[in-house]
Design a protein around this ligand. Structure first.
Ligand code: NIG
Ligand code: FE
Length: 421
């Protein structure tokens, strides 16, 4: 049954929001806000949105094509597009709390990795876990994102590091429910414990990448281009092969050192370049004219006590900027969107409207789902968040997101999908 949502105080549509969001300008313009608004949903999609004063009931009836219409009063609350979480590593077992303690005593992330800890310790725990156990752990995490208003969530593999184990993780990702999952293959995340780096890389190119595509387990391919992990040359070979197979591309680039990965990924028209802390001014100029989205992950910078990416420079140059948690057990063990937004505001001087755009429309662009998600425009999936406080209180209080209800495809979400194994 079509639904007409009425009595919305501020409807943040994000319609037409792109590139430079001027922090000194008004939210109304930067977020395309409609005051005292209504929103019509038909068959899970948005059929109309606008001011109550322009509401023409006979036109609305026509849009419903003869179906009975239900009206829902949203009580003068604010509404915005559901959030898009565009970078997570949420399928894993175990934790890295001991490593957190070590890092706090001064041992570096790279030193820990070189001594068999870090990513490899999560690989050991993840390999041991059954598919059912992993699905349970991952679904709990998906539910946690959903309760914060996320309805699209990217999920990377990368803690298997063998052909079979990477496939296992992607199969688990395909079983997650409650949000739209965007799976990403990240076989080249680290050296496999089973073989030499070159051999692992070659196996990915020859066997795993083609099979992932053939089995439709992921349509995005990611690689960690970093000193001690994968080189610029390997990045190039990987992108060539993945593109040839029909993957969309993304990369963990310029996180700890400058390797040229951002320019490389952009030259392959990657949908996003993620981390981008050590990027150059040339990279910024390049990204400002590109469709490639810069995904900033300040939670990882916070936990690793590293510097933050040059968000202001990117935004002022006109680059598309998205934000995500990078949720994983090592470099960012938090799923808290409010904390990411607060870090973006305090440490990277992003304005509230830039943060909101970064967590909705630009995150959708990073995942190539901007035609269906990320803004409340006619024809898009009707995914929205009803707030229980003003939208001005978003990304302000760490640990709290003023979420009242979450709607996905026009239906109120139950918020919990986990069922115990
Ligand atoms: O995005 N940079 C590489 N990968 C993850 C960290 C994974 C881990 O430490 O387990 C990241 O920060
Ligand atoms: Fe990551």
């Amino acid at each position: 049954m079509p639904k007409l949502y009425r009595n919305i105080e501020n409807l943040l549509t994000l319609e037409g929001v792109d590139r430079y969001v001027d922090s000194s300008d008004s939210d109304v313009k930067n977020l395309s806000i409609v005051r005292q608004a209504a929103l019509l949903e038909c068959n899970g999609k948005i059929s109309w949105q606008g001011s109550e004063s322009r509401l023409d009931m006979s036109a609305i009836q026509k849009l419903c094509e003869g179906q009975e219409l239900e009206e829902v009063d949203l009580g003068g609350r604010d509404v915005l597009p559901a959030f898009v979480e565009c970078h997570t590593h949420l399928v894993f077992a175990g934790d890295r709390s001991e490593e957190f303690e070590l890092r706090n005593q001064g041992v570096s992330y790279q030193e820990i990795a070189a001594n068999g800890g870090g990513i490899l310790s999560t690989v050991k725990a993840t390999r041991k876990a059954s598919e059912e156990q992993l699905r349970y752990l991952a679904q709990k995490r998906v539910d946690k994102f959903l309760r914060q208003g996320v309805t699209v969530c990217e999920v990377k593999s990368g803690y298997g590091l063998s052909h079979e184990q990477e496939m296992k993780i992607l199969r688990v990702a395909s079983q997650l429910v409650g949000v739209d999952i965007v799976p990403t293959f990240l076989g080249p995340h680290a050296k496999s414990p089973d073989m030499e780096m070159d051999q692992w890389f070659q196996q990915i190119i020859d066997k795993t990448l083609p099979e992932v595509m053939e089995k439709k387990l992921a349509q995005r391919a990611d690689i960690f281009i970093e000193d001690g992990f994968f080189s610029y040359e390997q990045g190039k070979r990987y992108y060539e092969r993945a593109q040839q197979l029909g993957f969309q591309l993304t990369g963990h680039v310029e996180q700890m050192s400058r390797q040229g990965g951002a320019a490389l990924a952009e030259s392959f028209s990657a949908s996003s370049v993620d981390h981008v802390i050590e990027i150059s001014d040339d990279d910024i100029a390049r990204l400002s004219k590109s469709g490639t989205v810069s995904v900033l992950l300040p939670g990882a910078d916070f936990y690793l006590r590293m510097k933050y990416p040059p968000a202001r420079k990117l935004l002022d140059a006109g680059a598309r900027v998205a934000l995500a948690t990078d949720f994983n057990p090592g470099s960012c063990p938090t799923q808290d969107l409010s904390m990411i937004g607060v870090l973006a505001r305090l440490e990277m001087k992003m304005s509230l409207s830039e943060v909101i755009a970064a967590y909705t429309i630009n995150a959708a662009r990073a995942l190539n789902c901007q035609d269906t998600h990320g803004s409340l425009e006619v024809g898009k999936q009707c995914d929205f968040v009803v707030l229980d406080d003003s939208y001005r209180t978003l990304f302000y209080q760490v640990g709290y997101h003023p979420v009242y209800d979450v709607y996905r495809g026009g239906k109120k979400s139950p918020l919990v999908y986990i069922d115990p194994v």
